[in-house]
Design a protein around this ligand. Sequence first.
Ligand SMILES: [Zn+2]
Length: 291
Amino acid sequence: MEDLHITEPPKVECNEIPRNKLIRRFYDVLKQNNFDTNILCSNAKDLDMFFVDKIRTDAVGGYNTFTNEIMMVKNRHFMDYITHEFFHMSSTVRDDKKIYCGLMQQNADVGIGIGLTEGYTQLLNERYFEDITPTKKEHDVIVYPVTKKIAGWVEDIVGREFMEDCYIRADLDKLTMKLCEYVDDYKVLQFLRDLDIYYLEGEEKVLGNLPKAMKAYSNCLLFILECGYYSLDKRYMNNEMTTDEYITILEGLQKLQMIRLHVGLYGTFASIPLDDEYYKKLKSKVRSRLI
Ligand SMILES: [Zn+2]
């Protein structure tokens, strides 16, 4: 399949404050935290939201990047996930060739960056809306735990403000260029693809191709380590972080090396047939399927 060429997203300008109460509350939080809200305001104007009986196997809701619609499954607590979908809506732009959504780009045939986008969407959702979604703790929903963690490490590498801005402007191009300051561009692309594989095989499906997912996860960690050490020194030398921050991230990277060893063993283990008990455990993990 042909590869997608990552390009700059179109610029959007809109200052019309959303009228819908829920979106308005979301907008206020983003504004308070210095996010660009042009895409949000533009999409909110003709956003469609409606309830459906079912989306996929056990999805609770989803945002359609092509049609600018949010679907919510009846009888599910939509306040648990609506802000996640609002983040997608607020970071999606379209031109006649492609859709740019958060840190993902796609055309009718191919896409890149869905793993990073879903993980980072969930990270932002929990960072800014954990206290606002009143029922979340009660339902104890764990959403995209691994891609969220990896997205957080990428944020450590490039800096929080920078990554939040790339996300909300749907500018994967700018993020990849930044990462290319630390490692070769083919490695950045491979990382995005690996994280997509992990997301699709490890988090999105109840039972995906586990060995494939673990291999991809292991590759992602290697990338984070390589990129992390380079960027950390560079940013520290440029006075972009305090000594305390430097030490915290350095310690984090050292811990990551331990995880990599663990995954290495797990990867070997996962390539042999797994017993029923293991499958049961995997199945029982509480996960919510969102797009
Ligand atoms: Zn999502």
